[in-house]
Design a protein around this ligand. Structure first.
Ligand code: AMP
Length: 390
């Protein structure tokens, strides 16, 4: 039995009006895919001039949980999807009751926007993950070290991303102060995983319950923020099949309709542990725009509209490097230098006007018959942005 809403056969054909909740780069790339397929694409964006607002056919500006904004959005959108998981579940339920096609549904969001619910889901469906304990009161701190060992990591249950709302603990004596530093919020305490690599799998589950998985991506983080992805990950056929099957199993158990990304820790012994779920396209899947038969964003459109899914095969191996605001620290990056350096490099900029350290401003993808070469080329193109040479 899965948790999701019952499957509905409703289909939206172009030029239906599709609305995405959230104005960031994921919303922008969803709209680009929707518009290419002939749909009208709009956004409910908290800020005017956001990446998605800049290219939308229509926009509603307002907070996504705010009823007047939702009403205006509902008047324009026939189909609704999301670009981040912290969209209010009651808001999505309201949109569905208004007769909108809403995919993924509110139950998927409800599970994935809270680490306690997500871990409980993983445990219930016996999906492998790191050992954990809930922390809801000071009393819960007592049993953590005996149960999980040291180091351990404390993560707020709600609204953490890119390593925010997390503290690593090396000494039992630091538990109370670490929890205080997180504002005594409801938390998940996790045992430390000595992982050899971090990998992810993007899957898409259609409105008919059929699903497809992309090849495994190998992810490298810097300061808890994704830095590079290489696809396919050099993990061998057994781990690769395991990871894809686990990710497909998660989508099925969640009963989600839409794109879902499963992030894993891979241990040196080849064990896969689910770290996080994202019920949407993911930064590690951006390279599918150039490298796969169907991009993750086009799959999101197809899922939302009840259309058949496209092939998820890679046409070529690929690598993606993120462009963070740090690249602007000594002025505007030298775009021409990067493109001159590698005419095969594909530059994506999200239209954000204010660079800030750690802020995702864009990415570069390179496809190449050899994944390692793709990564080296993508890194070199990025380096050329600031040095003006390779
Ligand atoms: P998360 O926000 O849960 O994806 O965590 C951000 C990053 O922190 C991960 O990509 C890992 O590099 C690291 N991390 C999180 N949880 C653990 C863990 N239990 N053991 C080791 N590293 C972790």
């Amino acid at each position: 039995m899965s948790l999701g809403q019952p499957l509905s056969p409703r289909v939206l054909n172009p030029p239906a009006s599709l609305g995405v909740i959230g104005g960031g780069q994921l919303g922008r790339m969803f709209l680009q895919a929707a518009q290419r397929l002939g749909f009208r694409g709009g956004v409910l964006s908290a800020i005017e001039g956001s990446p998605a607002d800049q290219i939308a056919h229509w926009s509603v500006i307002g907070p996504p949980g705010h009823l007047p904004a939702l009403r205006a959005f509902a008047e324009k959108a026939e189909g609704v999807t999301v670009e981040f998981e912290n969209v209010s579940a009651p808001a999505l339920r309201w949109l569905a009751r208004e007769g909108k096609v809403v995919r993924p549904g509110w139950r998927t969001l409800w599970v994935s926007q809270n680490r306690l619910r997500e871990k409980t889901f993983l445990r219930r469906y016996e999906i492998p993950h790191a050992p954990w304990r809930p922390v809801l009161s000071a009393h819960d701190l007592d049993g953590l070290v005996p149960a999980l060992g040291l180091p351990l990591i404390l993560k707020t249950a709600a609204s953490g991303y890119d390593g925010k709302g997390q503290v690593r603990l090396d000494r039992a004596g630091d538990l109370e102060s670490a929890w205080a530093s997180l504002g005594h919020a409801a938390c998940v305490a996790e045992g430390w995983v000595q992982f050899a690599a971090e990998v992810s799998v993007v899957v898409a589950r259609g409105a008919d319950g059929r699903s497809v998985a992309y090849p495994v991506g190998l992810n490298h983080h810097e300061r808890h923020i994704l830095d590079t992805t290489v696809m396919p990950a050099p993990v061998g056929p057994i781990v690769s099949q395991d990871a894809r099957n686990l990710a497909l199993g998660v989508a099925e158990a969640l009963g989600t309709v839409g794109v879902l990304t499963v992030e894993f820790f891979l241990t040196a012994e080849g064990r896969l542990l689910v770290n996080e779920l994202a019920p949407r396209p993911h930064n590690s899947g951006h390279l599918t725009i150039e490298a796969a038969v169907t991009s993750q964003f086009e799959q999101q459109v197809r899922c939302l509209c009840g259309l058949p899914l496209g092939h998820s095969d890679l046409v070529r191996p690929a690598a993606m490097v993120n462009l963070l605001g740090d690249l602007w620290s000594r002025g505007e990056p030298d775009w021409a230098a990067a493109l001159r350096h590698d005419p095969g490099a594909k530059l994506h900029l999200y239209g954000k006007r204010t660079p800030a350290p750690g802020r995702k401003m864009g990415h570069i993808t390179v496809i190449d018959p050899d994944p390692d070469t793709a990564l080296a080329r993508a890194r070199a193109a990025r380096a050329a942005l600031v040095t003006g040479r390779a």
